[in-house]
Design a protein around this ligand. Structure first.
Ligand code: NAD
Length: 494
């Protein structure tokens, strides 16, 4: 079957080359070099991107610095709030075009992306509210009538935003929202695997009234454009979402001018199903906690810990649920799962499936690349392993693909110990109808987020972040804005 995007998305996609966006202008890379990106549903080349490097990052940072010190710095909080509100409206109107571009670029099915619209609009309104709520304090610590002390919050300046491929359309708004709310400016470096929704959004932001230079986009390789941004002496902050491995490199690169970092890194979350769980909810909940976005979610609950008395029933029901999943082309409305993003990612997932088998785990379903009509795309069958122990590599390393491991446990303390026996600390869940059991697990597991009888909610008001090697800093909550603001103490003698 042939799947084609709408005319509007096609008009954007059919450009010969997708340029950088610097100072409000679409420009090729200074070197003239390009790189190609593929449609993971077909393996065909989808677009050519400008391959930006140090020279382009220099240009973009200069534009961002100029904009920071220009007219943009005089916008009132209410004007920035109104801009964000307008952006929310435009995103609402243009969402179908944007999700088609995203689906073709990184492979998530449109059916899934469509469901993320409320979360995106909520995030934008969260940041609109933040814009008009930036406040310092007045302190009563001096001699009354002689000294008054206060703190002011000021935008830090130029922010470098380095974005992964697993959900750039929505993910970029954690940076864009905070940049516009705080009065900072930004240079965004999307992943070379999925840059198109970031480029398209940047154009739409300019149409919606974002001044030139405030949001710039430099596409290119991580080790070139990404490194140049992380190491740049005139970038004040880096907001990075990506792998722990790259996070380490970015920490080193950022030391040149002591940049403060927000790091949202990898995970290996544990999803704990207790014997008293409502399996009608726990089975689809735990399954989609892994298989949503074909397992390419940082907080995927890939280690499903099941209490022994219900292991058999849980497994049977899980396998029945697997039959309801439909893997297909990202533009196929009926598809619930798409491909993984690229050939290297497909190879990585398949090699982990071999590792699981070699280490003695039992593969219950899946395990192979799809053949036939979808055979040229990067499709891997959703896969379930049982007989997994927490020492196995498939239980310790981030696979970032549709692979679920079942690990049995006897009592809740053992489950907590297994969950904590990981270098990561990002997400996790507990399924139990007993609130005391659930809360014991919530308190016991060391992660940034725990879900109880559900999986995957993220509310910008509450925030989302990691502990251990999953990073630091929070997406959402008042703490998020701290990456984009600094505090100035002011003493006034009267
Ligand atoms: P990645 O680390 O390979 O790349 C992320 C970004 O960093 C890309 O834009 C890439 O070009 C850039 N990059 C690569 N090398 C660089 C370098 N040397 N210097 C500067 N930039 C460089 O990650 P990915 O494969 O795109 O995304 C998957 C990873 O992201 C997973 O580990 C996942 O858990 C993580 N992730 C975390 C969160 C979170 O909120 N914690 C959210 C989404 C994804």
């Amino acid at each position: 079957q042939n799947f084609a995007p709408s005319e509007q998305a096609q008009r954007f996609l059919s450009r010969d080359e997708h340029h950088l966006l610097i100072d409000g202008e679409r420009v090729p890379a200074a070197s003239g070099r390009t790189l190609s990106t593929t449609n993971p549903s077909t393996g065909e080349v989808l677009a050519r991107l400008a391959a930006g490097d140090q020279a382009d990052v220099d240009r973009a940072v200069l534009a961002a610095r100029r904009a920071f010190h220009g007219q943009w710095g005089c916008w009132t909080p209410y004007e920035r709030q109104a801009l964000l509100t307008r952006i929310g409206q435009v995103l609402d109107e243009r969402f179908e075009e944007l999700i088609e571009i995203e689906a073709l670029d990184m492979g998530a099915p449109v059916s899934r992306l469509r469901n993320t619209k409320p979360a995106l609009l909520k995030m934008v309104s969260f940041f609109a509210a933040q814009a008009a709520g930036i406040a310092g304090e007045t302190l009563m610590n001096g001699i009354p009538g002689e000294v008054t002390t206060m703190t002011l919050k000021a935008p830090v300046g130029v922010v470098g935003g380095i974005i992964p491929w697993n959900g750039p359309l929505n993910g970029q708004f954690w940076i864009i929202g905070a940049v516009l709310a705080s009065g900072c400016t930004a240079v965004l470096k999307p992943s070379e695997e999925a840059s198109l929704s970031v480029l398209r959004v940047a154009e739409i932001l300019h149409e919606a009234g974002v001044p030139a230079g405030v949001i710039n986009v430099v596409t290119g390789l991580g080790k070139e454009a990404g490194h140049a941004l992380a190491a740049h002496p005139d970038v004040d902050r880096i907001a990075f979402t990506g792998s722990t491995q790259t996070g380490r490199i970015i920490i080193e690169a950022s030391t040149s001018n002591i940049k403060k970092l927000q790091l949202e890194l990898g995970g290996k979350s544990a999803d704990i199903v207790c014997a008293d769980a409502d399996l009608d909810k726990a089975v689809p909940g735990a399954a989609m906690g892994v298989f949503a976005n074909s397992g390419q979610i940082c907080f995927a609950g890939t280690r499903v810990l099941v209490q022994r008395p219900v292991v058999e029933e849980f497994t049977e029901r899980l396998l029945a649920f697997m039959d309801t999943l439909r893997v297909g082309h990202s533009l196929d409305d009926a598809a619930t799962l798409g491909p993984v993003v690229s050939q290297p990612q497909l190879d990585k997932v398949l090699s982990y499936i071999d590792v699981g088998r070699d280490d003695g785990a039992e593969l219950l379903c899946g395990g192979r690349r799809l053949e036939g009509e979808l055979g040229n795309g990067y499709f891997v069958q959703p896969s379930v392993f049982t007989g997994v122990t927490n020492e196995m590599r498939i239980a310790r390393e981030e696979i970032f693909g549709p692979v679920l491991s079942i690990l049995p446990f006897d009592d809740v303390d053992e489950a907590i110990a297994i969950a904590n026996d990981s270098e990561y600390g990002l997400g996790g869940a507990v399924w139990s109808q007993n609130l005391s059991t659930a809360l014991r697990v919530v308190h016991g597991v060391h992660t940034g987020t725990m879900w109880v009888n559900c999986y995957g909610y993220i509310d910008p008001l509450v925030g989302f972040g990691g502990t251990k090697m999953s990073g630091y800093g929070s997406k959402g909550s008042a703490a998020h804005m701290d990456t984009y603001l600094y505090t100035k103490s002011v003493y006034i003698e009267l």
